[in-house]
Design a binder for this molecule. Structure first.
Ligand SMILES: *Cc1c(COP(=O)(O)O)cnc(C)c1O
Length: 360
C-alpha cells in the first residue's frame, strides 16, 4: 500500500531523543528553548512559543490576543475542525466565509460581508500547504482593526510574496506526524509581538511567571524536551522534505495533464506551495478513491464535510451552506505526495489514475 502519510524519522531523531532521555530533563527545558529560537529564525519572526499541539497554538494565539466571549472571528468552513474549535474554546464565535475554488483557502472577497461590530480577528488557513490571500486579508485587518491569526498547521516553510507564512500575522503550526515536519505531537505559536509571546508563555504554564504564583488562568500546554529534540532535527530537514513534496507534486501534475475529469492543484502567483497534501478535484471522487484503494494506493478526503455542517456546529445553530466549500467537500481527493513516495510509486499513481479516466 502506498500510504497517504508517513513520518520521516531517521537515526538523527532517534539519537536526539536518546540524548534527552540520558540528560534527565524530559519535560520543557533547554531543547524547547533551542527549538523555539531555531523555529523563529526559520519563519523570520521575533518570537516562537512551543506548545503541545497545533490546536494549543491556535487556542493560545487567540487567548494571547484577548479574544473571548462576545467576540467574533471570521474563518474558513473548509479545514480541519481544530481551526474553528479553537475559537469556540475561547468563548468567541467563529463566523464562516466561503472559500475560493482554486486554492480552497478563504475567499478574500467574501470576508468583508462577514465583518460585524463584534469581529476581532480573521483566521485564514493555509490549506494543504498553499498560503491564503494574505495581502487582502492584511489590508482588511488594517481597515477594521482586526488581529490576523494564521493557521499554518499545514504550511511549514510556505512563502507568500517572499515571506514565510506564520510571519505575516500571529502564526500557529502543528507538528503532528502527518505534517510536513513532526515532533510526535506538538505545536508552535509565532509572532513579532513581544506582549503576545509573553502572554502565550504564561498561558502555556498555568499562568505562572514565578513558581507557584498564578496571575491568570493558564493551562498546561507545554512541549517536552523529547519532542523539541525531534523538532530540531526535523526543522533541519524541512526544506529538503518540502522540495521532495514539490518535486512529487510536479511529477503527478505533469502525469495527469490532459486527463479529462481531474483538476490538479494550482499555485497562485507570489506563493510557494509546500504540498502538505496534493489534492485534486474530481467529480467521481468516491469511485476514484475506491479504485485506487483496490490498486494499493492510499488517498484521503480532506475534508468530507464543512465545519458548519458538523453535528457539533449544527447543534450550536450553524449549518451555513457555503457553496464552494460544499462543492469542495464532494470533489477533493488527496493523493500520496510525502517524501516517502518513491519514483516507482509515483509512476504507479499516474498509471492507475490514467487507467481510471481512460478505461471507463
Ligand atoms: C493539524 C491541524 C490542526 C491541529 O493541529 P494538532 O497538532 O493536530 O492539534 C489545526 N489546523 C489545521 C489546518 C491542521 O491541519
Amino acid at each position: 500500500m502506498i500510504g497517504i502519510a508517513e513520518p520521516q524519522i531517521g537515526v538523527e531523531e532517534v539519537e536526539a531523543v536518546q540524548g534527552v532521555l540520558r540528560s534527565g530533563i524530559l519535560a520543557q527545558g533547554p531543547k524547547v528553548a533551542e527549538f523555539e529560537e531555531a523555529f523563529a529564525g526559520y519563519v523570520g519572526c521575533e518570537h516562537a512559543v512551543a506548545v503541545n499541539s497545533g490546536t494549543a497554538a491556535l487556542h493560545c494565539a487567540l487567548l494571547a490576543h484577548r479574544i473571548g466571549k462576545g467576540d467574533e472571528v471570521v474563518t474558513t468552513p473548509f479545514s480541519f475542525v481544530a481551526s474553528a474549535n479553537s475559537v469556540l474554546y475561547t468563548g468567541a464565535k467563529p463566523v464562516f466565509a466561503d472559500i475560493e475554488p482554486e486554492t480552497f483557502t478563504l475567499d478574500t472577497e467574501k470576508i468583508q460581508e462577514k465583518i460585524s461590530s463584534k469581529t476581532r480577528a480573521v483566521l485564514p488557513v493555509h490549506l494543504y500547504g498553499h498560503p491564503a490571500g494574505m495581502k487582502a486579508i492584511l489590508e482588511l485587518a488594517e481597515d477594521y482593526g482586526l488581529t490576523v491569526i494564521e493557521d499554518a498547521c499545514q504550511a511549514h516553510g510556505a512563502e507568500y510574496r517572499g515571506k514565510k507564512v506564520g510571519s505575516l500575522g500571529t502564526g500557529a503550526f502543528s507538528f503532528y506526524p502527518t505534517k510536513n515536519m513532526t515532533t510526535g505531537e506538538g505545536g508552535m505559536l509565532t509572532t513579532d509581538d513581544r506582549e503576545v509571546a509573553e502572554k502565550a508563555r504564561l498561558l502555556r504554564a498555568h499562568g505562572s511567571k514565578a513558581r507557584y504564583l498564578h496571575d491568570v488562568l493558564g493551562y498546561n500546554l507545554r512541549m517536552t524536551d523529547l519532542s523539541a529534540a525531534i523538532g530540531l532535527v526535523q526543522l533541519g530537514k524541512l526544506d529538503s522534505f518540502n522540495a521532495c513534496r514539490q518535486k512529487n507534486a510536479e511529477f503527478l501534475s505533469r502525469g495527469f495533464s490532459g486527463l479529462p475529469g481531474i483538476k490538479t492543484p494550482s499555485v497562485k502567483e507570489g506563493c510557494t506551495h509546500v504540498f502538505h497534501q496534493y489534492t485534486v478535484r474530481v467529480e467521481q471522487r468516491n469511485r476514484l478513491a475506491a479504485f485506487l484503494g483496490e490498486e494499493g494506493i492510499g488517498s484521503g478526503v480532506h475534508y468530507p464535510g464543512t465545519i458548519p455542517t458538523q453535528p457539533l456546529y449544527e447543534k450550536l445553530g450553524y449549518g451555513d451552506m457555503l457553496p464552494e466549500a460544499e462543492r469542495a467537500a464532494k470533489e477533493v481527493l488527496s493523493l500520496p505526495v510525502h517524501p516517502g513516495v518513491s519514483g516507482t510509486d509515483l509512476e504507479k499513481i499516474v498509471e492507475t489514475v490514467t487507467a481510471f479516466f481512460t478505461d471507463k
